[in-house]
Structures are given as C-alpha cells and as structure tokens.
Design a protein around this ligand. Structure first.
Ligand code: AMP
Ligand code: MG
Length: 483
C-alpha cells in the first residue's frame, strides 16, 4: 500500500491529551482525487519519499481516502478572538492525522485542510476550494524560502467535487505540515472550560513539545509565556521585514510554536504603506501592516489571561508577573525589528542613530510610494539606483547619510553582498499569484510551477525571471477569508 511505503512514522501525542481537546473525525469520501502539487523537497526534509509512486496512489493518500498507518484522525478544539470577539471554535475544515516523527526525531503535525465536516464545522461544509489551497501552498512555501517560520504545504489534490462559495470552485485538500497546531486559542479554550487540570496538562504538553529547555523550571508557565512572546516578536519582525500582511491575526491563528499559520487573506505589500490592508473584511484596518506588532501584544495578553491560574497561586501576583512580560513586548519586538532592518541596510554594528536612519528611509518610501522589496534590493546593487525617484534630493540626502554610515562597516561591497542575501529579489507579488491561480483553474499548471520555482530561490537574480521583480499596482487588491 502506498501510504505504508512512503516513510510515515506516526505518533499521536495530541490525541493522548484529555478528550475535551478534540473530537474524532474522518476525512470524507471524495469522488475523483487528483494530484495537483506534491512537495518533493519538503517530503525529503521530512524523511518521506513520494517519488516512486503512481499519482493515483498519491491522490488517494492526500485526499484522505487511504490513511497513513498509525494515524488517528481528529479535529482539534480551540477558541479564538476573531476581530476582537470571543468564540468557541475547533477545526471546522481541517483534520489532524497525528504527528510524523522525522528520522532526526522532530515531530510535525500532518493535517488535511478541506477534507470534510467535523464536529466543529457549525454551518460550514468543511471543504476548501482549489484556489485558496494553492494560494496557501504558494505563500507558505515562499515564506519558508525567505527564512520565516511557517507551516508548510506538502500536497494539494483536487477532489473531483464542487465547492459552493460566491462562485463555484473545484474542491481541494491541502496537506499542511506544522511544528504543531497549538494556538493561543487552544489555551483560551482550555481556560474557558474551567478545568484547571486540563489546562495544566495542555501547558505541560506545549512546553514539552516546543520549549523543553524549561520543562523543569519552577516558574515554567511564566517562562512559557515569555518564550511564546519572544517567538512571536521575532516572527512579526520578520513579517515586517518583507512587507507581509497576515490579514487575520485572530487568536486562533497565533501559533504557540511561533510559526506563521493560516494563509487566508494574507498578501505581500508592493508599495510601502504602513496602513496596507488587503482583507475584504478588515474594514477598520485592525490587521493593517503597521498594527501587526500591537495586535500581537494584544493576542499575547489573551494567552496570559488564559495562563493566570497556573502562573502563581495568588491571582494578583499572577497578573503582576504576566503584565511584566506583556509590557516588555514592545521593546523585545523593537530589538528584533531593528536587528532585521540593520541587516537589510548592510549594517553589522550598532549605532545609536540607526533607528532614525531606518525610519528616514521608510518615510521616504512612504512619501514617494516606493516599492518596499524593490527599494531594498536596489540599495544592495548601487548600479540600480538610477530611477528618477532616486535622483530626488530627499533620497540623495538619506543616501548620503547611509553611505557615511556604511563606510564605518568596512568594505561596502561586502555589505552589498550581505544585503542581497537578506533582501529578497522575489516575493509572491499579488499579480503573479493571481495569474498562477487563474491558470491552474484552467488546468494550466505552468505559471504555478514557474512561480514556485522563483519563490523557492528568492535571493538569486536570474535574467529569465526579470518580470517577477517588477512592482505591481496593488490599489484595490482584495483578499478573502475562509474561502
Ligand atoms: P479561518 O478563518 O480559516 O481561521 O477559520 C476560522 C474558523 O472557521 C475555524 O475554526 C475553521 O475551522 C472554521 N471554518 C472556516 N471555513 C470553514 C468551512 N468551510 N467549513 C467549516 N468550518 C470552517
Ligand atoms: Mg484559522
């Protein structure tokens, strides 16, 4: 059997948590599963080999028609603040098969997205459309290649069935790979259920899985909160460094492991603007680019609240300790952000005026509607600073300051070389993502494959990929949630 032979090594650690945390689930039978994408590179990293098998067998496995040995399909329970409102939720269109243990001993969740209804589907159909699943595949794999912690995409298959949304879509299942699917919302769920023993079991599980270094510390729950905050700060700083707008930073979409998760309405910014929003439902700009650090702090406050009964016996003491961690967040974030921006400007040393230097560039970019990715790339290749806007006195003044600053770093050409390893030439620009999805809809996978190849190697400029570097006009570009 195909599922037996590709190298799966399943454990079911999450399913050994108390029953309250999940419900058994079964991937729905589908009419005609067909492979669209298999991620052989990721499979290799996981110790799996998808190559020697017939596509029909792979389709059956990744549509959930033939379950891997040792898997135990469940839907996870969680809660979440969605745009600020609290709701009890759960996997409504996702099924966790369990955790695959890689040859080097790492544990990864293997999850199907779009494989039919679960106990938590409410009025939803549990299905997913091909476009949104390919979109998640494209963007999550781009994030991975950019060195940003993220869930990964192992496969996309179509089901041969229709999914009914605003428009009829082809049904699809994405196989998502994650360090885990533990979320801030998982802890909110546990706290809301008011079962202290279960909450503690969950926290101990999360610590053992993601933060084993302080499993036996006396203040381990506070240390856990601080560590999650630290990983989130690092993650959001990375998003800001590439102009990634997540779009739906609800607490059910905040990973305890610090990975980017849930690629719904997310998109990459072209023209630099702190107010950038793409999601059609984010009317108030709650999740706009520049709000992402602040919203993260808000989301972490929801995690802190959920952990209060564990942090100290005395509630006031707990609040005091947790507040300290939350209040540190802006400074922690700022450090990560500044370190990232220094690297983007080729700086390896720290000087007091660096933040002003960075902000000077950003203000100029904002005022001049400059392309974020393109500008940083041009800075690393001075021969590219030829466009008309680079001749403006505002830019020249900034550039003179930066040049002076760079001179104190040693050889400028070494700085430019460093910059070109951190400033991507290629991001998933919305125009190309949309074109690839539209072509895939017509069964033409060539643009999708080319885009994936470009995004898998985002720092190496190739002449034949020139068009992917060109900034596109995003005015009015909208993305959609849960489609
Ligand atoms: P998301 O916007 O993808 O983070 O989803 C928020 C919640 O809605 C999660 O609990 C999902 O499982 C659920 N959900 C989204 N789409 C569907 C669907 N088509 N059927 C059932 N549940 C869904
Ligand atoms: Mg979600």
């Amino acid at each position: 059997m195909y599922a037996d032979s590709i190298g799966w090594n399943f454990d079911n650690t999450y399913a050994r948590l108390p029953d309250d945390f999940f419900a058994p689930a079964k991937p729905a039978a589908v009419k005609a599963p067909k492979v669209v994408l298999l991620n052989h590179r990721l499979a290799g990293e996981l110790g799996l080999d998808l190559r020697p098998f017939h596509p029909d067998s792979a389709a059956a496995v990744f549509a959930g028609q033939e379950l891997p040995p040792g898997s135990q399909p469940i839907a996870q329970a969680y809660a979440g603040h969605q745009f600020g409102g609290f709701t009890m939720l759960g996997d409504g269109r996702a099924i966790l098969l369990g955790e695959h243990r890689t040859p080097s001993g790492q544990l990864f969740d293997i999850q199907f997205k779009g494989s039919g209804p679960t106990l938590y589907s409410r009025r939803g159909d549990g299905r997913a459309g091909l476009g949104p699943m390919l979109r998640e595949y494209i963007i999550s794999e781009a994030m991975a290649a950019l060195g940003i912690p993220t869930t990964r995409s192992l496969a996309v298959v179509t089901t041969g069935e229709a999914v009914f949304r605003a428009q009829v879509q082809r049904g699809a299942v994405l196989t998502r790979v994650a360090a885990s699917h533990l979320r801030v919302g998982t802890f909110q769920y546990a706290a809301a259920r008011r079962n202290e023993a279960n909450l503690r079991t969950l926290a101990d599980y999360a610590i053992a899985r993601h933060y084993p270094e302080f499993a036996s510390a006396t203040d381990k729950y506070l240390a856990f909160l601080r560590a999650v905050a630290d990983r989130q700060a690092a993650l959001i700083a990375k998003w800001m460094g590439v102009g990634f707008v997540h779009g739906v930073m609800n607490t059910d979409n905040v990973s305890i492991a610090g990975e980017t998760i849930d690629y719904g309405p997310c998109a990459f910014m072209n023209t630099y603007d702190p107010a950038t929003v793409f999601s059609s439902i984010d009317h108030s700009g709650r999740y706009a680019l520049a709000n992402q650090p602040g919203i993260t702090q808000w989301n972490l406050a929801r995690l802190a609240e959920s952990l209060l009964t564990l942090i100290a016996d005395d509630e006031n003491k707990s609040v005091e300790l947790a507040s300290e961690v939350l209040n540190e967040f802006p400074a922690v974030y700022q450090r990560y952000w500044l370190a990232g921006m220094r690297a983007k400007l080729g700086l390896q040393t720290e000087e007091a005026d660096d933040e002003e230097l960075v902000n000077g560039l950003l203000s100029w970019m904002h005022a001049g509607k400059a392309d974020f990715t393109g500008t940083f790339r041009d800075l690393g290749s001075p021969e590219l600073l030829i466009g008309e806007r680079y001749q403006s006195s505002a830019f020249q003044t900034w550039h003179a300051k930066w040049t002076e600053r760079l001179a104190r770093e040693g050889d400028p050409s070494a700085a430019f070389a460093r910059m070109n390893t951190v400033n991507p030439a290629y991001i998933p620009r919305n125009k190309f993502v949309e074109e690839a999805l539209a072509a895939a809809e017509r069964d033409d996978l060539a643009p999708l494959h080319e885009l994936l190849a470009v995004l898998a190697d985002p720092f190496t400029v190739r002449p034949e990929w020139a068009k992917y570097q060109i900034a596109t006009d995003d005015r009015g570009y909208q993305t959609f949630c849960g489609t």
